[in-house]
Design a protein around this ligand. Structure first.
Ligand code: ACM
Ligand code: ZN
Length: 519
């Protein structure tokens, strides 16, 4: 009897529905709200398709934190249903909210999980959430955040925290920059010295380049079990971890740990200072490829995702120009110059990685001297690299410094020491990943967007979070919401509720200052 009355009431209310704004980040594709509310309480039954149990877990947590059970039979329900609706794709969902009933519909587990995240954001604002229908799906399939754990290591618990925040805003790729001149952060069974030696440095640069390495000594690395824990924590939240093993440049930690990998016959130390380093892997030395192949085969085995990031950026060619072995390689392979040698190097690695069943992705320098046949490109020095790669039919992730570098300072006034110019939240939010004038065919190759957080000047988790948030929310909305759905004023209105939720999770963020958000 009670149920019938509720249904009748809902039918009457449905007549008074309208498009409306709700405080959810990223902004859903379509929202209709109606009169009435669903009130979260302990007296709620959950029915879930077993295939969608990740969503059920989120919902169960929401209900647990609601009012205590009264002991009577549940009078309301949340159902999580698997449906066939090809236009929703794997990540889309429909969320129907009415008095006494919430219905989540999705094709796949990821879609239902994202519906639950939307519900979570709404429930954090009020236990009584407005009735209505939300129909939602992402614009891009790669919605990424890169954390540089090479310059400053972050313990796995801190990575879990970042993953939790990413999931809340429907980001789905965590790119971990695992190795660089200043540290090697992943255990490799074949070369224990990579972490015994390569995970430690004596000091840390205070400024760019090597002018004043007066900061603290630093160390840390992930065991394989640590990394497995990160990967599975992320996977439970529909986030793929993409490992980056830098080559041929930014290789000092590796060169310092394993003999015979550089062009010079000398011993190196893990670098204490930032910037582009001259000493890179020797392209003429076969031992370098034996080393990289062993490393990459372990990495491919550990990380289940389809991509391995191989770096490729900022590899000065001075050593190769002066190295007899590198010059012999150029001659033997019939190459024109050192740029073609880099392309040959990356192509050789690509072939190996492909044979392991994976694809490579690299920074846009991998276009120089010719792009390897199946490589995906991460465009960072602007949009041109990504544009050129997309025109050649290669998959592209846009992450230009201008909008997507989250290590840049967030305002011109009193910010912590940081690299580069100012990239405000509004600037990040204004990013459009598909360049104007790109053909529709080429535009299909833009896989998505990524925010990059380099950590030369970021040592603590609090500082890391301060730099990441709220700009990662702007990245999330650029990556998820349609171009027409985005508007700065709306984002400014929706942001405070999202930040309040981050606060309850213990995640630090930069509070927007007077005048920074739209009125
Ligand atoms: C980069 O910022 N060097 C990719
Ligand atoms: Zn060499």
């Amino acid at each position: 009897m009670r149920k019938t009355m509720l249904l009748l009431w809902c039918a009457m209310l449905a007549a008074s529905c309208a498009h409306a704004e709700i405080s959810v980040v990223p902004r859903p594709a379509s929202v209709q709200t109606c009169k009435g509310e669903f009130v979260f309480s302990g007296d709620t039954a959950v029915q879930a398709d077993p295939a969608l149990d990740a969503a059920a877990r989120v919902v169960a947590q929401l209900l647990e934190s609601s009012a205590a059970r009264s002991g009577v039979d549940p009078i309301q329900s949340i159902s999580i249903e698997r449906v066939k609706a090809p236009d929703l794709g794997a990540e889309g969902y429909i969320l129907d909210i009415s008095p006494g009933k919430v219905r989540i519909r999705a094709q796949e587990a990821a879609g239902a999980f994202y519906a639950a995240q939307t519900l979570r954001q709404l429930a954090a604002q009020s236990r009584a959430i407005p009735c209505g229908t939300i129909r939602d799906m992402p614009r891009f399939k790669w919605r990424g955040l890169m954390i540089d754990v090479a310059r400053h290591f972050q313990p796995k618990e801190e990575i879990f925290k970042i993953i939790d925040a990413m999931a809340l805003f429907k980001l789905n790729v965590l790119h971990m920059h695992l190795v660089d001149d200043q540290g090697w952060r992943l255990e490799i069974v074949a070369f224990p010295q990579l972490t015994q030696i390569g995970s430690k440095r004596e000091a840390s640069g205070k400024f760019d380049l090597c002018m004043s390495p007066a900061g603290d000594a630093h160390q840390g690395y992930y065991t394989r079990d640590d990394m497995r824990a990160i990967i599975s924590y992320a996977a439970e939240r529909f986030i793929t971890v993409v490992p980056e093993i830098e080559l041929p440049g930014h290789a000092t930690a590796a060169i310092a740990s394993v003999k015979g990998l550089s062009c010079l016959n000398k011993r190196f130390k893990v670098s204490n200072c930032w910037g582009v380093h001259q000493d890179i892997f020797c392209a003429g030395e076969d031992k370098v490829f034996e080393f990289l192949e062993k490393v990459l085969s372990e990495v491919a085995e550990l990380f289940p995702g389809p991509y391995i990031h191989i770096g490729g950026d900022e590899a000065p060619k001075d050593r190769w120009k002066a190295c007899p072995k590198c010059q012999k390689r150029i001659k033997d392979q019939g190459l024109k110059d050192e740029h073609e040698l880099q392309s040959w190097f990356i192509s050789r690695i690509e072939k190996y990685v492909n044979a392991l069943g994976k694809q490579i992705i690299g920074w846009d320098e991998i276009l120089e001297g010719g792009l390897p046949p199946r490589a995906a490109v991460m465009s960072w020095r602007g949009m041109q690299g990504g544009t050129d790669a997309a025109m050649q039919g290669h998959a592209v992730v846009m992450s230009p410094t201008s909008h997507c570098y989250l290590d840049y300072r967030q305002s011109a006034q009193s910010e912590p020491n940081a690299i580069g110019p100012v990239t405000t939240l509004e600037k990040t939010y204004s990013f459009e990943p598909v360049p104007e004038g790109l053909t529709a065919e080429a535009a299909k190759h833009i896989m998505g967007v990524q925010g990059n957080l380099w950590t030369e000047h970021i040592a603590t988790p609090e500082h890391l979070q301060y730099m990441a948030f709220p700009r990662a929310l702007a990245i999330a909305e650029v990556a998820w919401s349609s171009k027409t759905a985005r508007d700065w004023a709306g984002f400014s209105r929706r942001l405070p509720a999202a930040l309040a939720l981050l606060k309850t999770m213990g995640v630090n963020y930069r509070e927007p200052r007077e005048g920074e958000l739209a009125k």
